[in-house]
Design a protein around this ligand. Structure first.
Ligand code: NAP
Length: 270
């Protein structure tokens, strides 16, 4: 790929994962980007393009993020790894002054706050988005709007059975957005009793969140509202991982023009 000063130099961590492969394809196909590093523990030393079935990329899989960032002079790190790896990855990126764009879910609130502080000190930007699909962002916004008028709500999220964290980052983010629009409240019967532990789901400020894990699903969520004599369901389905790519590309472009951490794609597109 041609080298140009205008291209953003992008490294991808988790490059051989289900999401990482799509991200590598997106970065390689977009003239605004130059893929400069691909990090994953397997197939080290092999050309990432050949491994994912596209043209050769001239970029070879590395397993040390620090070395890869140093050698490639990456400006942006896109991370789709696992909840137990992403935190360390972001701290390494920050140490090298590389802007993180994070899709990996299961990140702790205290890490988000610490990253924001470091990014501001370094005068660079970072993006963490539990969901990069525009339809999912709309689902969250519409749900927050609806909660003002129909505060009784439960969330059901459905994902493939290889997902490591539950509930999904999207479900938590939806609950956070709804919680800003309604007072904390008791839902269901005050005397309700779980005959099987977990039957009523997880609790977020009085809202129940239910996680389904089955083969065949990609990423789906229903937000159910109940009112007197009526119900409302807002549902979003990501039926392929391509659904996330326009959002990832947008974040990787916009991150070069911001300072501090932006949490949630909705805060980049408004
Ligand atoms: P995946 O298929 O398991 O991919 C994770 C990849 O990261 C694997 O190739 C894994 O390698 C690799 N990895 C493990 N340790 C690493 C390290 N230290 N450095 C670099 N790479 C490492 O998972 P996925 O389905 O792609 O999902 C990845 C994450 O994205 C999950 O947290 C998921 O919830 C999230 N996600 C977010 C969005 C969004 O829109 N924000 C959308 C979908 C998914 P091994 O398999 O060899 O360990």
């Amino acid at each position: 790929m041609a080298n140009s000063d205008r291209q953003i130099r992008v490294a991808v961590a988790g490059a051989l994962g289900k999401m990482g492969r799509e991200v590598v394809k997106t970065v390689m196909a977009d003239p605004a980007f130059q893929l400069v590093a691909a990090i994953d523990p397997s197939s080290v030393g092999q050309d990432i393009g050949s491994l994912i079935g596209t043209e050769e990329a001239g970029v070879f899989v590395a397993n040390s993020l620090a070395e890869a960032l140093l050698q490639s002079s990456a400006e942006v790190l896109i991370d789709f790894t696992t909840p137990n790896v992403v935190t360390q990855n972001v701290y390494i990126a920050l140490e090298y002054g590389v802007r993180p764009v994070v899709g990996t879910t299961g990140i702790k609130q205290e890490d988000l706050q610490a990253w924001d502080r470091i990014l501001k000190e370094k005068q660079i930007g970072g993006v963490v988005a539990p969901n990069f699909a525009i339809g999912a962002i709309l689902m969250m916004k519409f749900s927050a709007m609806a909660a003002k008028y129909m505060p009784h709500v439960e969330i059901i999220e459905l994902h493939h059975d290889q997902k490591l964290d539950a509930p999904s980052g999207t479900a938590v983010k939806t609950a956070e957005m709804i919680a800003k629009e309604r007072a904390r409240m008791q839902q269901g019967h005050p005397a309700e009793e779980e005959k099987l532990q977990g039957a009523r789901g997880a609790d977020f400020e009085g809202m129940k969140i239910h996680s389904v894990r089955l083969p065949g699903y990609v990423a789906h969520q229903e937000v159910l509202f109940g009112g007197v004599g009526q119900t409302l369901v807002i549902r979003h389905d990501s039926i392929s991982r391509e659904s996330f790519m326009p959002g990832v590309a947008l974040a990787a472009k916009k991150v070069t023009g911001i300072t501090g951490l932006v949490y949630g794609l909705e805060n980049l597109i408004d």
